[in-house]
Design a protein around this ligand. Structure first.
Ligand SMILES: *Cc1c(COP(=O)(O)O)cnc(C)c1O
Length: 393
């Protein structure tokens, strides 16, 4: 099938709720994508952070193949070794909580929000979330997402949400009434433009949640699984949340979400309170186990730290050359380049030259290469970006 034929299928049969680039991708390998016309693309934003250890990581592919020959799915009426093992791996690398599995980031956040209401004292029902956040597209999670552009056309939203400016401690204190059952924030805002929570902010959230008997939820759907240079981004500070949510990179390309909650909270989620038919299925969990093993066997967190430093330094050097670059920020391989004007045209021009990056919040270029990325690949990306910026100067 030609690229045009595939695009025609979409225009006839697929709902057009995404703005798509006119490329049909047929193969992915490590940091590269290949389209139907034979073009090779250096992917610095693999699967919107899903392919966190690269496209088709051989260890993940092997684990999926092996599991597919044994058992694809078993419902949660039974036990399966894979679900238990993956929960153990996540728990041991995090704060020792218990896991609930689902199939996406939004579902993981739904689980966290429901659990917070369930587990806190009567009369507590309000959620505090931050402006610029992104938590998903279901009704609860899009309501949690404090960005008006995602709300348009869907009013009325779910009641009980209060929005505060990110990293603003006094606004948080003011909003923290006795009805608050949880605060949910991203330790580094992804869609909001790679905004890093300050140490003081994270500490204030912890302290207020403790004082008021509320639940501290970190949405680590984008930051989790090593990308920022720690297993989970909360580990950059000395503060543990009560719940973290994961998805994206957890399955190495297979749909999976997880919520990990501290034991005493987790105990409230008794049979009948919450569920997911596909949640924790054998294939997704086998893939998740392989992701964790690959990250450790190949020292990918260490690589994320090193390559993150290197990429940041290279981008800062570009910043000295081009006025359009105002700031380079982020942690590990979650890097944002703040521009002084919209970045969409730069992203398009990069793609035409075989480099995929992303632009979020209109003026922030987002680099989130796979954790297997090499210096050579970063150099290649920087040199393409350099030539594109040189032209648009
Ligand atoms: C992508 C994302 C989500 C939503 O995940 P889906 O799998 O699309 O539902 C939620 N929170 C954050 C921080 C994300 O980056």
């Amino acid at each position: 099938m030609t690229t045009q034929e595939t695009i025609e299928l979409y225009s006839k049969y697929v709902i057009a709720n995404y703005k798509r680039l006119p490329r049909v991708i047929v193969k992915g390998e490590g940091c590269y994508l290949y389209d139907a016309e034979g073009n090779k693309i250096l992917d610095m934003f693999p699967g919107w952070a899903v392919s966190g250890i690269g496209h088709c990581h051989p260890k993940v592919v092997d684990a999926i193949r092996k599991q597919a020959g044994e058992l694809l799915h078993i419902d949660n009426t039974f036990y399966s070794e894979q679900q238990g093992q993956l929960a153990k791996l996540i728990s041991e690398r995090g704060f020792g909580g218990k896991c609930f599995f689902c199939n996406s980031g939004a579902e993981a956040n739904e689980g966290a929000l429901k659990l917070a209401r369930l587990a806190t004292a009567e009369g507590k029902y309000k959620f505090i979330t931050a402006e610029g956040s992104f938590h998903g597209r279901t009704f609860a999670t899009v309501t949690a997402t404090a960005q008006p552009k995602y709300h348009e056309g869907f009013l009325p939203l779910l009641p009980g949400f209060v929005y505060v400016p990110y990293n603003d401690i006094s606004a948080l204190e003011k909003a923290f009434t006795d009805e608050v059952c949880a605060v949910m924030i991203e330790p580094i805002q992804g869609e909001g433009g790679i905004n890093v929570a300050t140490k003081e902010y994270v500490e204030a959230i912890r302290q207020l949640c403790d004082e008021k008997g509320a639940v501290m939820i970190f949405d680590e759907v984008q930051t989790g699984m090593g990308r920022t240079g720690k297993w989970f981004a909360y580990q950059h500070n000395d503060v543990e949340p009560d719940i973290i949510t994961l998805a994206k990179a957890l399955g190495g390309g297979v749909a999976i979400g997880a919520m990990m909650a501290k034991e005493e909270l987790a105990a409230k989620l008794v049979p009948g309170k919450h569920a997911s038919t596909f949640g924790g299925n054998c294939i997704a969990c086998a893939a998740g186990i392989a992701v964790v093993e690959a990250i450790e066997e190949d020292n990918l967190i260490e690589n994320a730290v090193k390559m993150g430093e290197y990429a940041k330094q290279k981008l800062e050097q570009l910043g000295e050359k081009y006025d359009i670059i105002k700031e380079v920020r982020g942690k590990g391989l979650m890097i944002g380049v703040q521009l002084s004007s919209p970045g969409a045209a730069i992203v398009d021009k990069c793609l035409a030259r075989g480099l995929r990056i992303n632009c979020t919040n209109n003026t922030v270029l987002r680099f989130m290469p796979a954790m297997i990325v090499t210096k050579g690949q970063i150099d290649e990306a920087i040199s393409i970006l350099d030539s594109v910026m040189g032209e648009t100067k």
